[in-house]
Every structure is written in C-alpha cells, then in structure tokens.
Design a protein around this ligand. Structure first.
Ligand SMILES: C[S@@+](CC[C@H](N)C(=O)[O-])C[C@H]1O[C@@H](n2cnc3c(N)ncnc32)[C@H](O)[C@@H]1O
Length: 293
C-alpha cells in the first residue's frame, strides 16, 4: 500500500468532476513559478500573433485560460493589446490564482478560480470574449472537443482564439517507463498521470483542424511540430519537469530525491541529451488560431 501524500500535496491536487469520474490534477505552483516561458511560446505570442494582426487596436475583452501564476499573462499577453477593455485570466488551481493576484496584479486584469472543464464556471462570459488565449493548458483537458466547443460559445462572432499546447513529450515517455519500473511501481497504483490522448494516438494538426471545423470555426493557423527549446540549466529543467509530474509526491520523502534523479536521467535519455550538455525541452506541440465567423 503506497503511503498517503502529505497535506501540502493534497492541497496542490484539484479534483475535477468529469462525466461523474473524479480526476486529480497535480501541479506544484511553487516549482512551476520558478521558470520562464519557453522561447517557442514567446515566439508564438510576440511574432505569430502579431503577424496575424492580433493587436488590431479594437477594444478587446481577452480571456487567458489556464493562466498559472500570471507571469505569461502580464509579461507577454497583456502587451499584445493596445486598446484593452479587460483581461479575464482563469485557472482551476487556487494556488496559482493566489500567486497571480499577489505578484501579477494589474488594473485591467481580473483573476478568477475557474475550472474550464466545468461550463457553469465560465457561463457568465458567454458571447462576451473577443480574443481567447491559452498557453500550455489544453493538454490537461480530457475532452478537448468539449473545451473547443466552450471556446466557441464564449467568443463573440468575429472573435478569435489562439492556443498553444503539447501533443506529446519525452517527459510523458519517461513517466510511463518509470511508473512500471519494479523498484517504484508499488507507489503508483491509482495515479492518473494526466497524459493527453494525443501522446498515445500521435495526433497531428489534421486531427485538430477537423475537430474545430466541425464545431464551426474558421481555421486561421493550425500547425503541429516538434519544438526544441533550450533550458537555462539542469536545475531549471528539473523544476519544470518535477512541477508537472504527479508521481514525485507519491514517493516517500526518504526516497524522493533518488526517484527524482532517476526520472531526470530517464528524461535525458529519451531526449538524447547528455549530462554535460545544456538541457533541452523537446515536445510535439500544436499552435492553433481559429475564428468564430
Ligand atoms: C503549465 S501551466 C501554464 C500556465 C501559463 N499559461 C503559462 O504559460 O505560464 C498550465 C495551467 O493550466 C491550469 N489548468 C489545468 N487544467 C485546467 C482547467 N481545467 N481549468 C483551468 N485551468 C486549468 C493549471 O492549473 C496550470 O496553472
């Protein structure tokens, strides 16, 4: 019988209620907050969206879905809009919204705890949003079609959404391998690793293009590719990977450092990076920009 996680870990887990099933999502806000957005995320926000004329000078009501601690919201999303009415930033984790309100407040930004899997939590903004952005969040959603339908309902006619998220990752491969390792597997009987369906089914852009067109969106941009980003140090790389790995807190504290090091070595192996090289973040990624016509 694996040991129970500590109180702090339970607090960091949120229970989503999907189709009557309870699914736990793990994310360590403190570790996550130590990192910076990947270069490819910054490129998407500052180059791709600029080229697509997202700074159109109109009075925009913007929504950021899965805003985390609000760093990306304030540093990279807010400056995109020169004539902003307001920016509504949502996250399902109270720990993220607490950090965002403490560190990243701005007179035009409202932070809300809201679970995007729960339509009733966002119903009040139906038809009011002109631009919706979501960075590195859609891969947490179990039913992505339902989430894109909700995006459609939240947007005004003529409104646009831009999402950047993972389809597959070396971290997921490493988690799958270490979860069945005889040395560790007894700790992980019940855990949901929150690995998206796209990782197993190797979805590419054509899967998502069809999905959003069926909902009624016009596709402005839809591209999947492997993005390779440099991470500044092994320490920063570890913070990033451990912050989203739900296996880590399930290992008893007296063995956790050994487990973390084995997991990290496994990630380096999968991404073919040597110990003495700068660490890389390699992941298959989708960039999608869609319009409600
Ligand atoms: C990897 S972080 C990205 C944060 C931020 N967008 C950034 O780029 O730094 C993903 C965020 O999505 C949030 N999230 C995951 N599932 C969610 C849901 N169902 N509703 C709202 N937020 C969710 C997580 O709590 C987390 O803060």
């Amino acid at each position: 019988m694996p040991p129970l996680p500590s109180v702090a870990v339970w607090l960091a887990m949120i229970k989503h209620n999907l189709f009557g099933l309870t699914v736990q999502m793990y994310l360590d806000a403190d570790l996550y907050d130590r990192g910076q957005p990947l270069d490819s995320v910054i490129h998407f926000l500052t180059v791709t969206l600029k080229e697509l004329n997202w700074n159109d000078g109109r009075k925009n009501v913007v929504m950021d879905v899965g805003c985390g601690p609000g760093n990306t919201t304030i540093e990279w999303i807010l400056p995109l809009f020169s004539n902003l009415d307001k920016l509504i930033a949502l996250d399902s984790l109270p720990s993220m919204i607490e950090r965002a309100t403490a560190k990243n407040c701005h007179p035009k930004v409202e932070y809300h705890i809201a679970d995007f899997n729960d339509r009733s939590a966002v119903e009040r903004w139906k038809g009011k949003i002109t631009k919706l952005i979501s960075v590195n969040c859609f891969h947490w959603f179990k039913d992505q079609e339902k989430s894109f339908q909700l995006v459609y309902d939240l947007l005004q006619t003529g409104g646009e959404a831009a999402c950047y998220f993972l389809l597959g990752s070396y971290l997921y491969d490493a988690m799958i391998q270490i979860k069945s390792d005889p040395k560790w597997k007894d700790y992980f009987e019940e855990v949901d690793m929150c690995i998206p369906e796209s990782h197993f089914n190797k979805y590419d852009s054509s899967h998502y293009r069809k999905m959003v067109e069926n909902i009624g969106f016009e596709v402005v941009l839809c591209q999947s590719e492997i993005k390779i980003n440099r991470l500044p140090s092994h320490e920063k790389a570890k913070d990033r990977f451990y912050s989203v790995c739900p296996l880590v807190p399930l290992v008893p504290e007296n063995q956790r450092e050994i487990f973390k090091e084995e997991l990290y070595q496994c990630i380096l192996e999968k991404s073919a990076t040597k110990d003495d090289e700068m660490p890389l973040h390699k992941a298959s990624t989708l960039e999608i920009v869609i319009k409600k016509t």
